[in-house]
Design a protein around this ligand. Sequence first.
Ligand code: AKB
Length: 341
Amino acid sequence: MRTEKILVTGACGQIGTELVPALRAKYGPENVIASDRHLVTADLVKDGLYVKADVMNPVMLERVVNHSAITQIYHLAAVLSANGEQNPRQSWDLNMQSLLHVLEAARKRKHCRVFWPSSIAVFGKHCLPAFCAQHVPNQPATVYGISKAAGELWCQYYYDQYGLDVRSIRYPGLISHSAKAGGGTTDYAVDIFHQAIASGHYQCFLADNTLLPMLYMPDAVRAALELMDAPAADLSVRTSYNIWGLTFSPKELAGQIKQYLPGFNISYTPDFRQRIADSWPASINGHQSSKDWHWKYEFGLAEMAAEMLWHLGDEQLKKRVTAARAGLAGAPQPAGQEQWL
Ligand code: AKB
């Protein structure tokens, strides 16, 4: 079995902060290079290899890939949906150029597998609002979504033309306790926990009943690892896979938080991000990923909210969450969304 040598770009972002430790645990810290364009002093540097590298510089990227004989690249660097709308041209350039640089570096290196996160932002107004299927005409409404939709086609192209083993997931909103959200439309689902604990109040930038697909970060990280481990012959999608996950609204999430912080209150002041959220489906159909690589998420809304509060809370809140969860042990769990079909 060959030793995998892994490069992660955009490693200091929301996904990288949890994916890099998972990769280091799986492949050994000596085999995983975290990289970002900012030199950071976080655990990513302390706990393993780190290079300061800009994915917009193809020469530098290829030097790292060749010098370390990289066999897998996780290309995470991107500008997300809300930030992207502030500077569309710059976001397009970063999202597209960096992907093309990575695909080229991997193609030239040969036998180098690529993981690239796409997003539910590829979906647009002509998609079904619920259980949006894998293959639909997608007309994204944001520059981020346009760059992800185009990127998916580039992945398919590199697979078809050069046999490049590139794999991708259309991530929904991701919720993590160890990394702040990074400029997306689903950020509220992370910020709400920080504000609930810090001040007992959250002013939400989406309307109370806005349903969006979401996933807890440990599930998102596991999905990337499982897809990258799947036998190539089993994969029928080389653009990007829909995956099953959660669906909830700000009001429903606030209700979960109130169970542990009864004084918590939320107000709603929708801003420009409401238009983006309204262009996305409330849920997606992940049937193909379950079929091809057996994807199943573990964390439901209640488990995710309890875990978030436990990780972010003080000793008192931790105790309250632990006690409440112990009381629930053995109780029937709510059905996963795929069972509603
Ligand atoms: C965003 O809100 O832009 C991202 C995403 C859904 O891809 N979290």
